[in-house]
Design a protein around this ligand. Sequence first.
Ligand code: HEM
Length: 418
Amino acid sequence: MIREAVRLYKGKARLVRSAVRGDPVSRVLNLPRGQAGYDRYEDVRAAGDLVRGPSGLYMTASHALCGKVLRSPEFGAVPTTVSKRTLRPVGGSGRLVHPLDDSFASVDPPEHGRLRKIVAPAFTPQAMRAQEEFVTGVVEEELDRLAGASTADLIGEFAVRVPSRVICEMLGMPVADHELFVRWGIEFGAIVDGARTPGEVRRTRKLLTEMASYFSDLCDRRAADPGEDLVSRMVRATEAGEMTREGLVATCEALLIGGFVTTANIIGNAVVGLFDEPEQHQRFLADPAGLAATLVEETLRLDAPAQYSVRIVRTPTTLAGQDLAAGSPIVTLLAGANRDPEVFADPHRLDLGRHNPHDHLSFAAGIHYCIGASLARLEGRIALAALFARYPDLRIAGRVRYCPSRVIRGPQYLPVRT
Ligand code: HEM
């Protein structure tokens, strides 16, 4: 444990030293949690299309290069930087599972496609059309709850509740455990880019222990009493030998967390974005239903809920004129690519008249393109249209607090007056 702590502190100290010296890659990696990284992404862009940090990690904010890395089979998925120690359960033996490292999110072809196919039927356009009515009903119910409250936290009282109720319904999970899931979402957001101190290692192990135990029990219950939900479908696939038990638990976790944390951020980021741009706010209020889909895309572009993703070089290759060794990690700054002036005019502004907001990379690209993208778009569109139609006088009523994460970008607390 002491050796591990020394290793973590040495790594952290090296990072801080090179960040202080002005290395743009280290400055992004050393970003205080919860702080916007957009200025630092611009420093990476100014340093070149592909920038190498002192540890050998590459980073790009170029839209073209991010797209190329995400789409090319030369670059593979990579587990997050969770150490082996983190994956030992608290007070037990064996190994914990991690929602991203152990689900299909971190697997390369052909395994990736085989596993993704098990859950893909729940996210087809037809399946999404079938969800529309349910989502609308949930949104209206949640807006009713806001009525009469002079001030409310728009995130806790609305933005998180809508997608978490929807994903609970899809997975066949008890919505009564909602508070627990919200806490997991916040804690996971804070450690998703790796544990860097002994305290973070401890918190990660505790969180993974708790989630694994919850989902293990849930899967056992579904095995004994199956339904038509997504967890039951995955349990059947596991019984048929198509998925490991570890993969099953990890995929349940990934769908739950992925299913509401980032989606809630579309709503929070859109509201903050509109209040930052009074002209666009007025424009939106004139036609919330007609402009909601555009607001969702433009918000995804301007404030990517998942700010970056990571790939690893599979075989030695040349990229942007640099020779990369196998095993080199590359951080694709999705949020930086979304503000690339080569692709987006006046990129730092929210503009509902933009001709190409869909060209953002907020759902990544290639084989790992977000499986829940259509669901997130559907929820964001319905929620934002209904929120502003019902409460056109909505106002921000205090200081906005952001999610304490480097990867996940969105308000965690957004006080509003309806
Ligand atoms: C605004 C909402 C969302 C954003 C911004 C988002 C973002 C992303 C991104 C960037 C990736 C690719 C990660 C990588 O390539 O390393 C991804 C993959 C994934 N997302 Fe989402 N996501 C959102 C909503 C959802 C929802 C609603 C679900 C599930 C219900 C979900 C489940 C997943 C899963 C399972 C993957 C892994 C896909 C694969 O590896 O094939 N996400 N998401």
